[in-house]
Design a protein around this ligand. Sequence first.
Ligand SMILES: Nc1ncnc2c1ncn2[C@@H]1O[C@H](COP(=O)(O)OP(=O)(O)O)[C@@H](O)[C@H]1O
Ligand SMILES: [Mg+2]
Length: 381
Amino acid sequence: MDNGTALDNGAVPDNGTAPETAGDEVLRPHAEQQYAAELALLAEHDDRPRPPGWRLSPWAVTTYLLGGELPDGTEVSPKYIGPRRLVEVAVATLATDRALLLLGVPGTAKTWMSEHLAAAISGDSTLLVQGTAGTPEEAVRYGWNYARLLAEGPSERALVESPLMRAMRRGMVARVEELTRMPGDVQDSLITLLSEKTLPVPELNAEVQARRGFTVIATANDRDRGVNELSSALRRRFNTVVLPLPESEADEVEIVARRVAQLGRALELPEAPAGLEEIRRVVTVFRELRAGLTGDGRTKLKSPSGTLSTAEAISVVTSGLALAAHFGDGVLRAPDVAGGIVGAVLQDPASDRVVWQEYLETVVRDRPEWADFYRACREVS
Ligand SMILES: Nc1ncnc2c1ncn2[C@@H]1O[C@H](COP(=O)(O)OP(=O)(O)O)[C@@H](O)[C@H]1O
Ligand SMILES: [Mg+2]
């Protein structure tokens, strides 16, 4: 057999690529790859105490997430746009022996924040377990390489580490996505791991004791059947931070504009002028429909069934930019976003269509400066 060290090679089922294999051709580099330069600079300027196993101090991790300026004048770009206190609470939690649960509706940057926290704290965001109804216990504990197991019996070499076991051995952050979607017994296997910080391997009459620096960041969607599914025993192991929808329209426009610019660069879309007006319009439509109220507070609206999250606004604008760049004159205009907006709103063909028609005819039509948008929507509705 070729790879003698089964523990270090190919043992992470979720992602075969090691962090150092990033090239220009990678479609989506991990946070620690994409922001390697910023992370290195932060570490260099960071003279505050670092918790055991951490690459950066809590202060530097927070600066990495929220952005800021380093003593030498270098700008650190903001990754998360939202209340500072919330990020501080999340980071402080991870510096204790408690795990962190990020909770919120879809598209509130739970996954995004968890990736960036892991990148900043451990320098590796890839120790990830995706929670689904079919997540097996091996994904949380460990599995076996059956060929070896049959040939040699249970041994270290036949053991296949889970991302969590790996994180424990190395003293790093492990991520659990969509925790509440995992079956209850799989969730329960997290309990010992989080409370005792140890993972027994009875087959080898051994255990893996977590090294300092080990912790877990889990995300869960509060639109799923609910966190009620999370057993109270497990829930007690977590500090919960709820990620809110962007508070103001200006915040949301900034988030969308920033992410769209980054994505456009990554996809090498031809450079298009910001199209800030159009972005603002997308955000306004989403916010009004979400709130069930027009921005001026005068007209009550029905809300559609979809979430119309910031994340969806980002993808509507990004697709619009691709249309503008390849088929238009390069400037983002109403017809480039209309189709995307209508698609995002009409999740349930019957009920959402009524909601949308009403919004279109009572709100959009009455805004003189939205005439181009009204026309474009009529064409695709
Ligand atoms: N407050 C925010 N600050 C920065 N980016 C945000 C914010 N809210 C949403 N996003 C963007 O939305 C996208 C989707 O977020 P994601 O983490 O997948 O959502 P969730 O896991 O909560 O469903 C990400 O690309 C992220 O950049
Ligand atoms: Mg997510």
